[in-house]
Design a protein around this ligand. Structure first.
Ligand SMILES: C[S@@+](CC[C@H](N)C(=O)[O-])C[C@H]1O[C@@H](n2cnc3c(N)ncnc32)[C@H](O)[C@@H]1O
Length: 284
């Protein structure tokens, strides 16, 4: 008689198999306490739908960042990654667990305004012996890392203009790599409201204004980074079934500035007739 295997009837065993298959580590069981502490896995080892989504997103981003992190590790004995708008620091913890911890060097700093989240992240980092992980409880705009340097800056779903603060932070800290997965965005839609000009049909209706505004925001972010000498790739982040906020802007610095991108940005701004606050990073 065929006996059903344990994974087929036990949800915890089935979920453990699922995330072990996702988990790009040779010793996945070592990550179980961390994933339970992050509530990605329940005490029984099951995954709920939200955890599955979050885990898929963060692992996907981790894989997309691996090549850039490998380059940083090659060039620098102790690269610093700042994850801003960190929330519960899923991304920082998982990057540390899978990359910085095994490498035995480099550090991860989480920046988050909510002190409660920072306190619990500090506790978890201590309990996990993640000695090169630290946290700053402050708005991104006010945070400065010791030495004023960050090699990579990540911002995963940093709300509204917090993604712009992440860009300012990255430029201020002379980051070599910037990875942004923007969240909702309202500023540009607000600026477009009532704005006339040849393109006005693109934002006449509120729902289209919101979507067009969010799209234009990310176009401007990309051009701002290009104008600052970054090579910018914009790709789908992960499947739409995992998140609606699905655009990854990955910027890697390769020159000090780019006059052509600056010209394109100026032309776009002129055509739209708006001045988003992020343009404050553009030298006059
Ligand atoms: C949607 S959550 C995303 C959290 C995390 N990156 C993730 O993907 O799980 C956005 C987080 O950014 C934080 N945040 C928003 N604006 C911020 C700012 N200006 N400075 C620091 N943190 C900010 C919020 O408190 C919140 O925890």
């Amino acid at each position: 008689m065929n006996r059903p295997n344990k994974a087929a009837k036990d949800p915890a065993a089935r979920d453990l198999e699922t995330w072990r298959a996702l988990w790009p580590s040779e010793k996945p069981e070592q990550s179980v306490p961390l994933l339970k502490a992050l509530h990605v896995l329940t005490r029984e080892g099951t995954l709920n739908a939200d955890s599955r989504r979050k885990l898929t997103q963060v692992l996907h981003l981790t894989q997309m960042l691996r090549p850039a992190l490998a380059d940083l590790m090659k060039d620098d004995a102790s690269p610093i990654l700042a994850d801003v708008g960190a929330g519960k620091s899923y991304l920082g913890f998982i990057l540390y667990d899978l990359i910085f911890g095994p490498a035995g060097r480099g550090s991860v700093v989480g920046i988050e305004t909510r002190e409660q989240l920072v306190a619990s992240s500090r506790d978890l980092a201590a309990a996990s012996h993640f000695d090169r992980m630290s946290f700053i409880a402050a708005p991104i705009a006010e945070a400065t890392l010791p030495g004023g340097k960050a090699d990579m800056v990540t911002a995963l779903h940093a709300c509204d203009t917090a993604t712009d603060d992440a860009i300012r932070f990255a430029l201020r800290h002379d980051a070599k790599v910037i990875a942004l997965v923007p969240c909702c965005q309202a500023e540009v839609a607000r600026l477009l409201e009532g704005q006339s000009g040849p393109l006005r049909q693109l934002w006449r209706h509120p729902i289209q204004r919101r979507e067009f505004g969010a799209h234009v925001t990310n176009v401007i972010r990309g051009l701002v980074l290009e104008a600052h000498g970054y090579k910018v790739r914009v790709t789908e982040f992960t499947g739409l079934e995992h998140t609606m906020k699905n655009e990854l802007i990955l910027a890697e610095r390769h020159q000090r500035s780019n006059a052509q991108a600056r010209g394109e940005l100026n032309r776009l701004i002129d055509q739209l007739g708006i001045t988003p606050a992020l343009l404050d990073v553009m030298p006059a």
